[in-house]
Design a protein around this ligand. Structure first.
Ligand code: 6PG
Length: 241
């Protein structure tokens, strides 16, 4: 496992411009499909806006296959849907083939949705072993969760499964999430973290503070791939150089 590369940017705009270059560089390493797992939440919106504003036409979307690291168990048009957010901020504005979109069926029974996604992953990304993403993009919750693996269910991170049904600790709402074996099997993993609310959790994880092993995000450590932390200054404000 390689040491994470920690990149700090003045602000969100500079972060997403740098991340876009990173995305394009990774994409150019492959001639075939570029398989990406997107994160949910709000942070990706600023990146999607950058893509739509400045890269609608210079990215070969025919080669990009989009998956999700996690999805809330809600219909795709629900305001909580990660797919729905991505559709609103990105998919509706770029020419990406419908068959390149591999969403988690949030409207289905969670166990059925997880089974469907497992098959989708195995059929498209597995060369006989664990499904391999070219890039997994992750967010970080201020409680140390990532994807939809939360501290109170950290055992799900080590599940033998490719994806599991998890439960939000406060709302009790269910979600489908990739597990650690898929996330850590990726060729490249990138956290996108912004804002001063994340400064403490970022510091605890990057400085491996006592107790930080209880955070699922601290378990992100690609076996063969690279790990990047894209941070804006506020999110990085509690880490020492
Ligand atoms: C989700 C996410 C989750 C998210 C973090 C950070 O479905 O909510 O995948 O892991 O990335 O909670 O969310 P923000 O970007 O909104 O801070």
């Amino acid at each position: 496992m390689k040491d994470p590369k920690i990149l700090v940017f003045e602000d969100k705009q500079k972060l997403v411009k740098a991340f876009t270059n990173h995305f394009i560089n990774l994409m150019n390493l492959k001639k075939s499909n570029f398989n990406v797992a997107l994160s949910g939440g709000s942070t990706p919106k600023i990146w999607f806006e950058e893509l739509v504003k400045n890269h609608k036409d210079d990215i070969d979307w025919d080669r990009v296959h989009l998956y999700w690291g996690d999805e809330r168990c809600v219909p795709p048009d629900d305001e909580d849907s990660n797919y729905g957010m991505t559709k609103k901020y990105l998919l509706d504005h770029i020419n990406i083939p419908a068959e390149n979109i591999h969403r988690i069926l949030g409207e289905q029974n969670p166990e059925k949705a997880a089974d469907h996604y497992k098959v989708e992953l195995f059929q498209n990304l597995s060369q006989g072993s664990v499904p391999i993403f070219d890039l997994v993009i992750l967010g970080l919750g201020d409680d140390g969760h990532t994807a939809s693996i939360f501290p109170h269910q950290i055992e799900l991170w080590d599940s033998e499964k490719y994806c599991v049904v998890a439960t939000h600790p406060d709302s009790g709402k269910r979600r489908v999430s990739l597990t650690g074996r898929v996330i850590n099997g990726a060729r490249s993993v990138a956290f996108l973290v912004t804002g001063d609310k994340k400064a403490d959790i970022v510091m605890e994880i990057l400085h491996k503070k006592e107790g930080s092993a209880s955070y699922p995000a601290s378990r992100v450590s690609p076996e063969k791939g690279n790990l990047y932390w894209f941070l804006d200054k506020p999110a990085a404000s509690h880490i020492s150089e």
